[in-house]
Design a protein around this ligand. Sequence first.
Ligand code: CDP
Ligand code: MG
Length: 140
Amino acid sequence: MERTLSIIKPDAVSKGVMGKIIDRFEREGLKIVAMKMVKLTKEEAKAFYSVHRDKPFFDSLTDFMSSGPVVVMVLEGEKAIERNREIMGATNPKDAAPGTLRHQFATDVEKNAVHGSDAPETAQREIAFFFSEQELVRLT
Ligand code: CDP
Ligand code: MG
């Protein structure tokens, strides 16, 4: 069993498609073991995306991520990290395969609807960024 952090980004929340995105995870058999809606401050967005602090898109990305509410979730399942990345599709919606969440719901390479952890170490860090151990529901 593996856990990954998923975020429904401000563009998708404001478009009114968070239900559709949650529905997709449920239909794919990924179990939601924690979920909340939060509005990040600019400082929180910078801390979350600190790995990208030297990228040209960092300031714009963290403005965007703190521009409105997001839904943060912990998804659990076999190969949850990789499966979530497949369901999300490529970072740039122009490259995202049909049927992926980013192909369906993203606006552009920045406003791309969803976030998903990319490796076990980042998943652990990102889950701990938003949730304490007691907030994760035990399924068994
Ligand atoms: O989210 P993902 O892991 O697919 O991509 P990333 O390379 O880790 O970039 C993190 C986020 O930065 C992306 O999801 C986009 O929102 C944003 N980004 C951007 O605004 N412009 C780029 N050229 C690349 C990424
Ligand atoms: Mg990434």
